[in-house]
Design a protein around this ligand. Structure first.
Ligand code: C2E
Ligand code: MG
Ligand code: MG
Length: 701
């Protein structure tokens, strides 16, 4: 019984009425109050005294009339009867009343006590009821929690297995069955070892148990085997359940299948380290593997071969046949490279049309050379892409570790240099890195830096080589040929620096300067009375520059040279790129009166049909055909064919590099119109040429 003290006191107080005030205890007879019995006594005595006084007073009164007398007697009788009544009836009555009142008083006392006890009991019952309700609520909550836990156990997609302290499975949930393929009936009482794969060494499991026993918990990635034998990765967490004494009673394993996560992780990793187009490893993976392979090479005293490969004509294919064909071309090249190399080699696409092949643990130093030959052979078979029969040409540079270098950076640089050399020596071949190549490449890099300074300092001059008309032997026009005069006086041939200027973009300022200088000089000769034409060479980069037309118009306007006196020499290769744009530009130049000629004709890929579309004036037969004239039958045939073809297309022919009278005679015989070459004059300064003009220098046969 937990009746509170205050509550007990409250209950001993008179009950409150509704308004909160104390009810008067009416049953209680106060000794101070005027009770009815007392009142009656007082009234009785008072009446008796009054009667006696009245009777004494009246005994002296004289009553005159008989009726008055009778009334008086009546009153006297009444006065007499009242005390009699009082004595005979009232007193016993009063005793009865007093008795009754006492009993009532006791009754009320008993009632009050009873009420107090009832209240106290009611209070006890209320408290007991409250406690019971609380307990019921708690039980219901516990039950709810239990059923919630059971529902989680049954419905969770994670697999759950509960074992006893010896590791024998006592309960598994449906998630366990879904993941492992084992039903509850098949595993109850058995050890989870049935899921074990041979993926992990025994130390792995030993470490797992050590942690579990020490920390009461283990979590990590583990490979298990499903009932159907399939291996799968899961994320597993095992917790030891301990009783109040700290003794382990159970182990709860919760795991989920991470096959999907793993495969998307692997996919992401593959994407990060592989080229999306060809599926080959990318530069990052290559660098990584090369570093590891080099470390291995050093440790085991082995050799490693590195091939750097650049496709020769990829840019042309991409530009002329489109990116779709270009992409397939790269994929074919990648597949061929993979086919040619060994399984242990790493074929990488570094980017664009650049590939590398790393050959670890090579037996002989000539292994990479054999691979390069195999690649070039397999590339020599044309591939058919979207109806186009294409040849994959490649230039390959080879370097060997540790002979040529021991670190990745040096080896890549060496292989790149050797590849560069292979390109220089006619493409579609391979070059093994040597000290000479190294020096040459270094010279090129040095030249690049010097050339930049040369542009800033205007270290160039223009020489002019005459073109002579065979019909009258007269000087018809001149070709402007640039020279680089280095500060120490060395004169560098454009054949040496124009390719570098082209690759670095420096050809743009150099070319512009040559054009403006040549126009000004030609105008000068015009002014002096020698209206000769001037040809200026345009490189591919210049030809592709956006504001070329504006720049030419500007040079003509600035010099005042008539457009008809200006000719541009372009090469066939330049016209393969952005053909429509190229032809538009040529038409625009022609419509201004500027002449156009195809330089080094015969070394490119021009077709007759293509030439017909071009608004050109002349063909310049390349020096290599002229060199063998007249004895070399092939050169003679080609020269004859080119001249005939040009004539039939209405084009003039200029033979370059004419050095001998025999060459001249042959060219004259086949109908070539113009010649240019040392036979008449080397490229000379503007002053020397002015001298030629003044003296009227003519061709001497
Ligand atoms: P190209 O336009 O074919 O110029 C003809 C080259 O043949 C010139 O070489 C010239 O000196 C050389 N040559 C002329 N006659 C003979 C000969 O009888 N025998 C021999 N062995 N060679 C002869 P150069 O001046 O060294 O120019 C080489 C190339 O450099 C030029 O070939 C041209 O493609 C380029 N080039 C020269 N100047 C410029 C220029 O201002 N701009 C551009 N873009 N290229 C230029
Ligand atoms: Mg030329
Ligand atoms: Mg030429």
């Amino acid at each position: 019984m937990f009746v509170h003290e205050e509550e007990a006191m409250r209950l001993s107080q008179p009950p409150m009425n509704n308004s909160g005030f104390k009810k008067e205890n009416t049953s209680r007879i106060s000794s101070d109050s005027l009770s009815p019995v007392r009142l009656l006594n007082i009234v009785g005595v008072t009446v008796f005294l009054a009667e006696a006084s009245i009777m004494l007073a009246l005994s002296d009164i004289h009553i005159p009339h008989p009726y008055m007398e009778a009334a008086f007697d009546g009153i006297m009788l009444t006065i007499f009867l009242v005390p009699v009544f009082y004595l005979a009836l009232y007193r016993p009555m009063r005793a009865v009343m007093a008795e009754r009142m006492r009993s009532e008083e006791e009754l009320q006392k008993a009632y009050a006590e009873l009420e107090l006890r009832v209240r106290a009991r009611t209070q006890d019952l209320c408290s007991a009821n409250e406690r019971l309700t609380l307990e019921i609520e708690n039980r219901m909550k516990n039950e709810e929690q239990l059923s919630f836990a059971a529902s989680v156990f049954m419905n969770t997609i994670e697999g759950i297995a509960i074992t006893d302290e010896s590791g024998n499975i006592q309960r598994v949930n449906p998630g366990f069955t879904t993941i492992t393929g084992y039903s509850a009936g098949e595993v109850l009482g058995r050890n989870p070892r049935i899921l074990k794969s041979s993926h992990h060494p025994p130390e792995f499991y030993r470490a797992m148990w050590d942690t579990l026993l020490k920390d009461g918990q283990w979590k990590g990635e583990i490979w298990n085997r499903r009932k159907n034998g399939e291996l799968y990765p899961e994320w597993l967490s095992i917790t030891a359940i301990r009783n109040a004494n700290g003794r382990t009673t159970n182990y709860v394993s919760v795991f989920h299948d991470i096959t999907d996560i793993k495969s998307s992780e692997e996919k992401l990793a593959h994407q990060a380290y592989h080229d999306a187009l060809t599926g080959l490893p990318n530069r990052q993976l290559f660098n990584d593997r090369l570093k590891k392979a080099l470390a291995h090479t050093q440790r085991h005293d082995e050799h490693l071969g590195l091939l750097f490969l650049d496709l020769d004509n990829f840019k042309n294919i991409n530009d002329t046949l489109g990116h779709k064909v270009g992409d397939i071309y790269l994929q074919r090249a990648a597949a061929l490279l993979r086919d040619c190399s060994r399984d242990e080699d790493t074929v990488t696409r570094l980017g664009g049309d650049e590939f590398t092949i790393m050959m670890p643990s090579i037996r002989a130093v000539d292994d990479p050379v054999r691979l390069a030959v195999r690649i070039l052979e397999s590339f020599s078979n044309p591939v058919l892409i979207e109806g186009h029969e294409l040849n994959i040409g490649a230039s390959i540079g080879i370097t060997i570790a540790p002979d040529d270098g021991v670190d990745a950076e040096t080896l890549i640089k060496n292989a790149d240099m050797a590849m560069y050399r292979a390109k220089e020596t006619g493409k579609n071949n391979y070059q093994v890195f040597t000290r000479e190549i190294n020096e040459k490449v270094h010279r090129t890099i040095q030249m690049e830096n010097d050339l930049r300074k040369a542009v800033e300092r205007y270290e160039f001059i223009v020489l002019y080589q005459p073109k002579v008309r065979l019909s009258d032997g007269k000087l018809d026009s001149v070709e402007a040929l640039v020279r680089w005069v280095r500060p120490e006086g060395e004169i560098v041939s454009p054949a040496d620096f124009i390719p570098i200027a082209e690759s670095t973009g420096l050809v743009l300022p150099i070319g512009e300067w040559v054009l403006r200088t040549a126009c000004r000089q030609a105008r000068k000769w015009h002014d002096e009375g020698y209206p000769i034409g001037v040809s200026v060479n345009l490189s591919p980069r210049q030809f592709a520059q956006d504001n070329l037309f504006g720049m030419i118009a500007d040079a003509l306007a600035e010099s005042g040279l008539p457009p008809e006196a200006l000719e541009f020499e372009i090469t066939e290769g330049m016209l393969l790129k952005r053909q429509d744009h190229a032809i538009d530009l040529l038409r625009k130049l022609r419509s201004c009166g500027i002449k156009l000629s195809i330089d080094d004709f015969g070394t490119g890929y021009s077709s007759l049909a293509y030439l017909k579309q071009l608004p050109i004036n002349s063909l310049k037969l390349d020096r290599i055909f002229v060199q063998g004239l007249p004895s070399n039958a092939d050169d003679a045939t080609i020269t004859f064919a080119v001249v005939s073809m040009a004539t039939s297309l209405g084009l003039a022919t200029v033979a370059e590099g004419v050095e001998t009278a025999e060459q001249l005679a042959f060219l004259d015989k086949v109908g070539c119109e113009y010649i240019q070459g040392y036979y008449f004059s080397r490229p000379v300064s503007s002053e020397t040429l002015t001298g030629y003009l003044r003296e009227g220098k003519r061709l001497v046969r």
